[in-house]
Design a protein around this ligand. Structure first.
Ligand SMILES: *Cc1c(COP(=O)(O)O)cnc(C)c1O
Length: 367
């Protein structure tokens, strides 16, 4: 048996009729930039997130960068970011001219540890960027309290958390701005690149709308030096199809996760911890093992493809060598990079494949 991490061809087979129809509709409309597919998708995704506004942009990195810029983040500012995240969170901050200030994760949830944030706040801190890693919301209440106390803004990196809930509230409404990615592997994935921000603040929405389109407030009236980062009309049409299936996609992934959580029993590894106040969307199902590399090989030889999210934390990447961050301050992120392993959890997996992964992993593992 073979179990791949994600199977785009299987996804296309299931959604082919709807996706092909969406493609034809855009082709026949002759409208390829910022047409009704983008505006309709924005309404529908805002609605899904229970947020007032959604603005589609070119990708998740731009959603973060333009979101930060809309919040006024720029040269000389500092933004607090998890040490344990995909490097895009950091790069978005750097692209605005601000400095990412990393904070270590909670050892159980792998998300930013709110208790460690306050000591990293300085006069230059303009914003904090919680990342809802693997689809599990970060602990937002203490972060909001700190943001209010120190008058700093919150921008969520929700690239992995479409549909996740924190204390009953949808991700997409808990921050000043929330950034989403529609990279094909995400729970809501385009057939290429895409991203968006959601917000309840009309001025922030307007600002991202201006920034994504050359800084134009009206046609040929440029108020600021902006970007070209518009959500593609064709991608918006595909995303509208996928959005109609997102609830069932998230439900299927949750079913797989719940089987893994109750049926995987092996002392040599630890399973994800889910605090009672979150409902995650299981972008990834990440286990931890001291013998991660051997385990990965063993699973591979048995037909189970796994991934590592992520093998090198941002502070140990050459790109951030200039920042001279002290590795002794960021040991948890470095440790997680050595121990984590993402099991297959795509919504197209069948029950036999799920059972097979559980069987293989419950055999005596390499130590
Ligand atoms: C995917 C991802 C991004 C970037 O999204 P792109 O659309 O690839 O630019 C940012 N942050 C996190 C946590 C991600 O997983």
């Amino acid at each position: 048996m073979k179990v791949s991490n994600i199977d785009f061809q299987a996804e296309y087979k299931i959604l082919k009729v709807e996706l092909d129809k969406a493609y034809e509709k855009v082709m026949e409309s002759g409208r390829y930039i910022l047409g009704t597919e983008v505006s309709d998708f924005q309404k529908e995704f805002a609605n899904f997130c229970e947020s007032r506004y959604c603005v589609g942009v070119g990708n998740g990195l731009d959603a973060l960068q333009l979101g930060l810029r809309a919040l006024g983040v720029g040269n000389g500012d500092e933004v607090i970011v998890p040490s344990n995240t995909y490097i895009a969170s950091w790069i978005a901050i750097s692209l605005t001219g601000a400095t990412p200030v990393p904070v270590e994760p909670d050892e159980n949830t792998y998300n930013i540890n709110p208790e460690l944030i306050e000591r990293s706040i300085t006069k230059k801190t303009k914003a904090v960027m919680p990342v809802h890693l693997y689809g599990q919301p970060a602990d937002m209440t203490p972060i909001r309290e700190l943001a209010e106390k120190y008058n700093i803004r919150i921008i969520d990196d929700a690239a992995q958390a479409h549909g996740a809930k924190y204390k009953g509230k949808k991700i997409g409404t808990l921050a000043d701005i929330t950034a989403f990615s529609f990279y094909p592997t995400k729970n809501l994935g385009a057939i290429g690149d895409g991203g968006c921000i959601t917000t309840n603040d009309p001025e922030l929405a307007k600002m991202v709308e201006t920034l994504r389109n050359y800084g134009e407030s009206e046609k040929y009236k440029n108020d600021i030096i902006g970007f070209n980062s518009r959500l593609d009309e064709l991608q918006a049409a595909f995303l509208r199809v996928k959005l109609r299936h997102l609830a069932e996609i998230n439900k299927r992934k949750a079913e797989i996760a719940s089987r893994y959580l109750s049926e995987i029993s092996n002392d040599s590894l630890s399973l994800p911890y889910v605090p009672e106040y979150v409902s995650p969307v299981w972008h990834q199902f990440v286990i931890k093992s001291k013998y991660r590399d051997e385990l990965k090989k063993y699973l591979f030889y048995n037909g189970v493809n796994t991934l590592i999210h992520y093998p090198i934390p941002p502070h140990l990447q050459r790109a951030y060598g200039y920042a001279n961050l002290n590795p002794d301050d960021l040991i948890l992120a470095a440790k997680l990079a050595k121990d984590v392993l993402s099991l297959p959890i795509s919504w197209t997996m069948n029950d036999e494949q799920i059972q097979y992964v559980i069987n293989v992993i419950n055999k005596k593992l390499p130590t």
